[in-house]
Design a protein around this ligand. Structure first.
Ligand code: HEC
Length: 139
């Protein structure tokens, strides 16, 4: 059942990816989904923290960006630290502008800085829009 769910999710992601040009701009925002995917998976490495892993440590691609535990402590004992990276697939609760602010200035929707190990990103506005567009596309 779990596997079936995983496959359905993957297929959904694939269909959304292919249907890119057809879906309305407003649901996705103005970013470039493919470029956003590249940043998330290969450059900013969001995928490494926000995607759960199997018992061998391999990323569970069927549960892409659905949130994951952070299985290590801060190297600095007094530092505030988050042991859970939340779901960012679909960017729940985040408008495009909220996402752009987080990724360009490091300020979350709450007005606070997320705790480490979430990096403080200083992306260009266009890169931020592309990342948000991709994350919203894999809801
Ligand atoms: C090194 C691990 C790591 C990486 C890399 C990382 N994150 Fe995070 N992220 C976290 C953790 C941990 C939290 C939870 C922070 C907290 O609870 O204060 C978080 C929180 C968030 C949140 C929620 C912020 C809020 O409080 O509203 C968003 C959205 C997010 N990350 C997006 C991203 C994106 C997009 C990328 C890549 C561009 C990324 N993260 C890369 C670990 C990471």
């Amino acid at each position: 059942m779990k596997l079936l769910f995983g496959i359905t999710l993957l297929l959904t992601a694939a269909v959304f990816g292919l249907g890119q040009g057809k879906r309305g701009e407003n649901t996705r925002g103005s970013g470039d989904v493919e470029h956003g995917k590249y940043i998330v998976q290969n450059v900013a490495q969001c995928i490494q923290c926000h995607t759960p892993r199997d018992e061998k440590g391999a990323l569970l691609m069927s549960r892409l960006m659905t949130g994951a535990p952070i299985p290590f402590r801060s190297p600095f004992p007094d530092e505030e630290w988050a042991f859970e990276a939340p779901r960012i697939s679909g960017m729940p609760g985040y408008s495009e502008e909220d996402g752009v602010r987080l990724l360009t200035q490091g300020i979350a929707r709450s007005g606070q800085r997320p705790r480490p190990p979430m990096p403080r990103f200083g992306m260009t506005e266009q890169d931020a829009r592309d990342v948000v567009a991709y994350l919203k596309s894999i809801e």
